[in-house]
Structure formats: C-alpha cells, structure tokens
Write a protein that binds this ligand. Structure first.
Ligand code: NAP
Length: 261
C-alpha cells in the first residue's frame, strides 16, 4: 500500500503533501494483526530488511539471539548487522577500530543464512548518524524494501536526541527490543510527545502506528544478561569470556590481544 505523505511541522507530523526538500518515501503497510506474525506481516513482493545498528564493541550472544528471534517473528528476509563507524553518542574510550568490530561481526554471523554484515557506515566521514544510513538504504541500496530498524529499548528512549530523528519514522519501521521494567504507557506518552500526537496503539500486537503507516513494534526477546561493557571488563581482568560470545569472536579477541591492558 502507498502510505499517505507526511510533513514535519515544528515538533509534529502532519499527514498532508510532501515535506519540503525531500519527499517522504511511503512505507508499505504491514497489516494490523501480529497474532500470527509469520503469515500476516508479509507484504507481497517487497523485501523485508532488518537493520540492526550497534557499536558492537564487541558483538555478543545477546545481540545474535535477539537478531534471530526478530528475524523469525517479523519474517525478515535478512537482518543486516551495521557496526557504527563513529558512534554519535558514545565516548571513544575502549572503542576498537571499525575494522576489528566489523571482522568480529562477520565471524559471529558466519554460516547463518539470514544474517549479513554491512560496512555502510565506514563509507562516510564524520559521525555515523542513523538518519544518513537509513536514507542511504532507502534511496540507493534497497529502495523497494520495507525497512525495520532494530534497536534496544534503552537506545530507543533516547531517539529524540538523534539527528533528524523524526525523519526516521518516514523511512523505516522500528522493532524495539523489550526490556524488563519498562512500561508501555510511558512509551506511548513518549511517542505522542516526541514523534506524533496522532499515534495509535494496538496493545495485543505491541504496535504503535503513525498516520503515515510507520509502525513501531515492541518486541519481546529472550533477555540474555550479557553486555559488551562486561565482556571488555572481564578481558581487562584476564577472566574468561567463554559462552558470552561466539567462539570465533573469542578466539579473535585473544589472538589480537584486544581489550586486554
Ligand atoms: P550497542 O550498545 O552496540 O547495542 C546494539 C543494540 O543491541 C542496542 O540497541 C542494545 O540495546 C542492544 N543490546 C545490547 N545488549 C543486548 C542484549 N544482551 N540482548 C539484546 N539486545 C542487546 O548499540 P548502541 O551504541 O546503543 O547503538 C544502537 C544504534 O543506535 C546504532 O545504530 C547507533 O548508531 C544508533 N544511534 C544513533 C544516534 C544518532 O543518529 N544520532 C545516536 C545514538 C545511537 P539497548 O540500547 O537496550 O542496550
């Protein structure tokens, strides 16, 4: 379906004409029901592409398990793991080079057919703003695909600090990975305030729907209590990191002596 055009006016979306400068790209409707996600989410003839952005410093089993569950739940044709080249919001202490982080992503996903690594953010200079990455995908790389940007709840709740964040909701759906302790009511208030007052919520599907057809899905995932910060700390203390990340990544970290002081 062709979604209605949206216009960003001040801090809110308006469904009308096209936004000055760049015409918004319609997002295909994905259907209101998620009760049988594998069949009902599929839009005929359009590729469904998950964009999983992250610093991945380093990638670990929490990221990978989440990627698999979301790929299956949303019937994604592919999930692209996109290491951030220059994280806009993070200090660069302990940040490994892009080449090391990309290599570890490649090692981690090797052999899993639905996963692919993308070096798209390395091809630009300056900070790696998500809006520029998504625009590139939508305009040049996968112009006919339905995009689903996959992001954790913590990162999503800061989206109002991201560059041109409102424009993101005209280019991609979102899959927000659920975290314990978060309340949907708060998220609804957050989205109404920061994105659009005209947002609808379908509780049974965990789906927020914007007037332009963009959906923001709140997706449960198996929560593995693993963090990149903890892995770096263990390595720094010369403690084992076994079973927190794929063996290939573990071996790479040891071979290169990464994160160890
Ligand atoms: P990260 O720390 O490397 O983590 C990647 C994602 O995986 C995050 O969304 C994180 O969710 C999630 N995650 C972490 N541990 C997990 C676990 N055990 N199980 C399941 N999921 C887990 O990524 P990040 O540095 O927060 O960046 C996320 C994305 O936001 C990147 O694409 C980045 O470029 C983008 N970003 C853009 C801007 C901008 O454009 N201005 C600013 C900031 C971030 P949680 O957040 O919930 O931990």
């Amino acid at each position: 379906m062709k979604g209605p055009k949206i216009k960003v006016q001040g801090s809110r979306f308006k469904v009308q004409g096209s936004k000055a400068g760049t015409a918004p790209i319609p997002i295909s409707e994905v259907g209101p029901k998620l009760s049988s996600p594998n069949s009902e989410l599929r839009t005929p003839n359009s590729k469904r592409l998950g964009l999983f952005g992250g610093t991945f410093n380093p990638i670990h089993l929490g990221h990978l398990r989440a990627g698999i569950e979301i790929q299956e739940r949303f019937s994604l044709d592919q999930v692209l793991f996109i290491p951030t080249a220059v994280p806009p919001h993070k200090k660069s202490d302990n940040l490994l080079s892009f080449a090391h982080r990309l290599k570890m992503v490649r090692l981690a996903i090797a052999g899993y057919p639905f996963f692919k690594a993308s070096d798209i953010e390395k091809k630009r200079t300056g900070k790696s703003y998500t809006i520029e990455t998504v625009r590139l995908f939508k305009e040049k790389v996968q112009s006919t695909a339905d995009l689903f940007f996959i992001v954790g709840m913590d990162a999503f709740l800061e989206i109002n600090t991201w560059k041109d964040y409102k424009d993101l909701f005209a280019l991609s759906h979102f899959v927000v990975m659920d975290r314990p302790g978060y309340h949907r009511r708060h998220l609804k208030e957050f989205l109404r305030r920061e994105v659009s007052p005209e947002i609808d919520f379908y509780p049974q599907e965990g789906r927020f729907l914007l007037p332009n057809g963009c959906s923001i899905y709140i997706s449960p995932i198996t929560l593995l209590n693993i963090s990149s910060t903890r892995i770096r700390a263990l390595l720094n203390n010369h403690q084992s990191i076994r079973y927190l990340l794929p063996e290939g990544v573990e071996n790479y970290l040891y071979k290169k002596g990464l994160y160890a002081s």
